[in-house]
Ligand binder design. Structure first.
Ligand SMILES: [Zn+2]
Length: 272
């Protein structure tokens, strides 16, 4: 938390209560681990958060984080988009288990994946003026109460930051309960999603700073585009967006939903 700036102002009682609840939730999860055996979050094999085979497959599919073609809504802003890999197989299974399956023990694994993407982006952006600020896309208050944690910000807090860069939680949801990266949004079309996220975030304390938006999954790009827009409106330079996973440009969000869920259920694949 010492790396994070801009967290101490205007914090509501509700947000403080949420953080306390999250700490109690994490403590309960730790206590449960003592009595329940840990299983692989992808294939269910007992023994570890990720079994050796699934860990190898995850490492392979995320070994080369790279700049990818921005999806439609992000194109006009001219930002570079970096991602660790496709939203499928082990990466999708880990993200789903972490966000919706209560597997917060995957945070260090996903933080390692994110660290590599941050390093790739920071390397490419090293000649830009001023230090880079990583700005996580915020979770809506409603989603945070449902999950008891903030998926993107928590993974970013656990990630290794490239030198000379820092986390800046500059984006907040404007109205609790509106918008957010809920699972239902993944089935919406691009235009619907763009409308749904318009105006849900506000940015502060970013004037003159160089900010890189950090999100977990890039589907239509509507949420990331809104984040970029809000930051730029508040006076930031936003050269890039960084995500853990991206969906193939040719695939619609609905196809992605259909594609990724059976993959998650069908695991394990045969391993090399
Ligand atoms: Zn496994």
């Amino acid at each position: 938390m010492t790396r994070t700036t801009g967290t101490g102002h205007g914090t509501s009682t509700l947000a403080r209560w949420d953080r306390r609840a999250a700490r109690v939730g994490a403590w309960c999860a730790d206590a449960l681990e003592l009595v329940l055996p840990v299983t692989c979050a992808v294939c269910g094999e007992p023994g570890a958060t990720l079994c050796r085979g699934c860990r190898i497959m995850l490492r392979r599919s995320t070994a080369r984080p790279a700049a990818v073609r921005p999806p439609g809504p992000l194109e006009p802003s001219g930002v570079l988009v970096y991602t660790a890999g496709e939203y499928e197989h082990e990466l999708a299974a880990c993200l789903l288990a972490y966000k919706n399956g209560g597997r917060t023990d995957l945070a260090p694994t996903l933080a390692a994946v994110l660290s590599a993407v941050l390093a790739a982006a920071a390397h490419d952006l090293r000649d830009r003026t001023g230090p880079l600020h990583w700005v996580p896309v915020p979770t809506s208050a409603r989603a945070r109460r449902r999950r008891w944690f903030d998926p993107v910000a928590d993974v970013l807090d656990a990630a290794a930051l490239p030198s000379g860069t820092e986390v800046h939680r500059a984006l907040r949801h404007r109205a609790p309960g509106r918008g957010g990266a809920g699972g239902a949004q993944k089935t919406r079309g691009r235009a619907q999603r763009t409308r749904a996220v318009r105006g849900v975030m506000r940015a502060r304390d970013v004037a003159g700073r160089t900010c890189v938006v950090v999100d977990d999954v890039l589907t239509t790009g509507a949420t990331a585009a809104e984040a970029v827009h809000r930051l730029e409106q508040a006076g930031a330079r936003v050269p890039a967006v960084v995500t853990l996973a991206g969906v193939r440009a040719a695939r619609s969000p609905r196809e992605n939903e259909v594609m990724s869920n059976p993959v998650v259920r069908e695991f394990p694949h045969s391993l090399p």
